[in-house]
Design a protein around this ligand. Structure first.
Ligand code: SF4
Length: 497
C-alpha cells in the first residue's frame, strides 16, 4: 500500500468522511471508550507524569545515541546467530525480503500486524512472486485483506470504520455461515488461520522494541498470532523502523508498561514476547532469523527540529483525543499514519507535495501533546511543518500579509477600530441568521452568517459556513465605551472622596 492510501484531493476525502455517519459515530464511540480505559489504566499506575518524564528521557537518550545502539543491536543479533539488513528505503526493504522469500522457496507466508510493512508495501511486493500465498494473521488486518485489501484507519485499531454486520459479510465470502456475534466470528477466523499457520514456512513480524544489549525483539500483542508467526515458520523476518531501539530490557519494561496503558488501556497486553534466533538445543523458533531495519526517511529527522517525532512508540493515543480525527476518521488523512502523529510523520516520510494538507488538519488544541506518553510536542511540530511548507512549496501568502497589515493598522488606530466595530455590528445584523429554538448549534443570537452574497470570495464562504460569530455590540454598548464611562465615574468619585 505504501504510506499514501488515496490519491483523491484532501477536500474530497474530507467531504466523503463527513458524509459517513457510521464511521464518525464509530470513531466518537471508540475515542470515548478508549479515553475512559486509558485514564483508569494510567491512574492505577500512579504518578503518570513521572512515568511520562522517564519514558520521554529513555526515548530522547536512545535517539541521541541511535547509531551506537543500532550497531550494538546489530552485533548482538549476529552473535545470536541472526542476520541484519539495513534498508535505506521502502524499495530496498521490500526488495530484500522478496529476494529472501524466493531464495528460501517460500510458499506460505504468515504475517502479524506491522505498520512499517504497510509503509514499505510489502504485501504487494511478496504477492508478485508466482505461487506464493500470503496471510495477514492479526484479526483486523485479516479483515482488511479479505475485504479486498481495504485501507487501515487507525494505527492500533485498523478496522475502526467497520461494524460487525460489515465484517460478517466479509467472512461470508470465505465460508462463514454464522451470526454477527464477535466471539463467533473470531472463533471462525481462529480455526481458519490455524491451517495457514501449520503449513507456514516464512513468517514476518513487526517490532515494538529491539533490545540493543541482547539483540532480542520485543512484541506486545493481544491475539497470540505474532507468537505463532515467530514459532512455527522456519524463517522469521522482523521488520522494524530504525528508531524502535531500547538500550536494555529495563527500558523495554518501562515502555511496554506505558505503551499498553496508552494504546489499549491495559496494564499489559495478553502477550509480551521476546524473541531472537533459535539457539542450539532449543525446540521452538526459526532456523533462520532476519531483522530488516528500515530508514525510509527517518534519518532525515535526526538532528532536525522534527527529531522528537522519532520518540514515537505508535500507541495511537494522540488519535484517540484528536477532534479532527473524530470528524474525518482515518480515511480523511489519506495516509496509513493518520491523526496528529500522521500530520507530523506523513509529510516527512511521504513528502510535502503528497501530504501538504495534513499539517492544516489540526486545530492546534494540543490535546495530542498532553496525552502523548513520551511527551512529543506534536502540535508544535505540526506548526513547524506549516513554516516549512511556506518556504518549500513557495505558497503565496501575499493575501495573508496584506490582510494582517490592514488588521494591524485598524487595531492600532482607535478611530479605525471603532469604525470596524460599527461595521461588524451592522454586517452581522444584516447578514446574520436569527437563532430559532431548534437551531441549538448556534451559540450566538444572530451570529450565524446566512446571507453572504454569492460574489463573496470562496474563502469567506468556507470560513463562515461552519462558524457562529457573535454579533459585535453596538458602539455605545461595547466594552471600550463602558470602560471610558466607568473610568470617568471612578475618577469623579475619587475627587468627591
Ligand atoms: S505521537 Fe505519542 S501519542 Fe501519538 S502514537 Fe506516537 S507515542 Fe503515541
Amino acid at each position: 500500500m505504501g504510506i499514501a492510501t488515496s490519491n483523491k484531493p484532501f477536500d474530497e476525502r474530507v467531504k466523503e468522511a463527513e458524509a459517513d455517519n457510521f464511521m464518525r459515530a464509530s470513531v466518537a464511540k471508540s475515542q470515548d471508550a478508549q479515553f475512559d480505559k486509558r485514564t483508569a489504566a494510567r491512574r492505577e499506575l500512579g504518578n503518570w507524569e513521572g512515568w511520562r518524564d522517564l519514558s520521554a528521557q529513555i526515548r530522547q537518550h536512545t535517539i541521541k545515541y541511535l547509531p551506537d545502539y543500532l550497531e550494538e543491536f546489530s552485533d548482538n543479533v549476529k552473535k545470536n546467530g541472526g542476520h541484519v539488513f539495513f534498508a535505506k528505503d521502502d524499495k530496498e526493504a521490500s526488495g530484500f525480503i522478496k529476494e529472501l522469500a524466493i531464495k528460501k522457496h517460500a510458499k506460505n507466508v504468515v504475517k502479524s500486524k506491522s505498520m512499517v510493512t504497510t509503509e514499505i508495501d510489502l504485501d504487494k511486493t511478496l504477492l508478485s512472486i508466482p505461487g506464493l500465498a500470503l496471510m495477514e494473521t492479526d484479526l483486523a488486518e485479516f479483515i482488511l485483506q479479505e475485504d479486498n485489501w481495504d485501507e487501515p484507519t487507525h494505527i492500533v485499531f485498523p478496522t475502526l470504520h467497520k461494524n460487525r454486520d460489515q465484517i460478517q459479510k466479509v467472512f461470508q465470502k470465505i465460508g462463514y455461515t454464522g451470526d454477527n456475534v464477535p466471539e463467533h466470528m473470531a472463533k471462525f477466523v481462529r480455526q481458519y488461520l490455524r491451517n495457514y499457520f501449520m503449513k507456514a514456512d516464512f513468517g514476518i513480524t513487526g517490532c515494538n522494541f529491539a533490545v540493543a544489549n541482547n539483540g532480542m525483539i520485543n512484541l506486545v500483542t493481544n491475539e497470540g498470532n505474532a507468537d505463532l508467526t515467530m514459532a512455527i515458520p522456519k524463517t522469521q523476518v522482523v521488520v522494524m523502523g530504525m528508531e524502535r531501539i531500547v538500550p536494555s530490557l529495563k527500558e523495554a519494561e518501562t515502555l511496554d508498561n506505558i505503551l499498553s496503558r496508552s494504546a489499549v488501556g491495559q496494564k499489559l497486553t495478553s502477550y509480551c514476547s521476546f524473541s531472537s534466533a533459535k539457539k542450539v538445543g532449543e525446540a521452538d523458533g526459526p532456523d533462520d532469523f532476519y531483522v530488516v531495519i528500515v530508514d525510509n526517511g527517518r534519518s532525515k529527522m535526526l538532528n532536525s527540529e522534527f527529531e522528537p517525532m522519532l520518540q514515537c512508540i505508535r500507541c495511537g493515543s494522540c488519535l484517540n483525543v484528536c477532534p479532527v480525527y473524530r470528524q474525518i476518521g482515518g480515511k480523511g488523512y489519506g495516509s496509513i499514519y493518520p491523526g496528529p502523529m500522521g500530520d507530523v510523520l506523513s509529510p516527512i516520510l511521504g513528502g510535502y507535495q503528497q501530504f501538504r494538507d495534513l499539517p492544516y488538519a489540526c486545530s492546534l488544541c494540543a490535546a495530542c501533546t498532553e496525552t502523548c506518553p513520551v511527551k512529543i510536542p506534536l502540535h508544535d511540530l505540526i506548526r513547524k511543518h506549516r513554516y516549512v511548507e511556506m518556504d518549500q512549496l513557495h505558497l503565496d501568502h501575499s493575501m495573508t500579509n496584506a490582510l494582517l497589515k490592514t488588521v494591524g493598522k485598524g487595531t492600532a488606530s482607535p478611530a479605525l477600530f471603532a469604525d470596524a466595530m460599527r461595521g461588524a455590528h451592522i454586517g452581522l445584523k444584516t447578514f446574520g441568521k436569527k437563532t430559532t429554538e431548534k437551531d441549538i448549534k448556534n451559540l450566538f443570537p444572530e451570529g450565524k452568517v446566512n446571507h453572504l452574497p454569492a460574489i463573496a470570495p470562496k474563502l469567506v464562504h468556507g470560513w463562515v459556513d461552519v462558524r457562529d460569530l457573535a454579533v459585535a455590540p453596538k458602539y455605545r454598548e461595547n466594552f471600550r465605551h463602558w470602560y471610558k464611562k466607568n473610568q470617568q465615574l471612578t475618577e469623579e468619585e475619587q475627587k468627591n472622596d
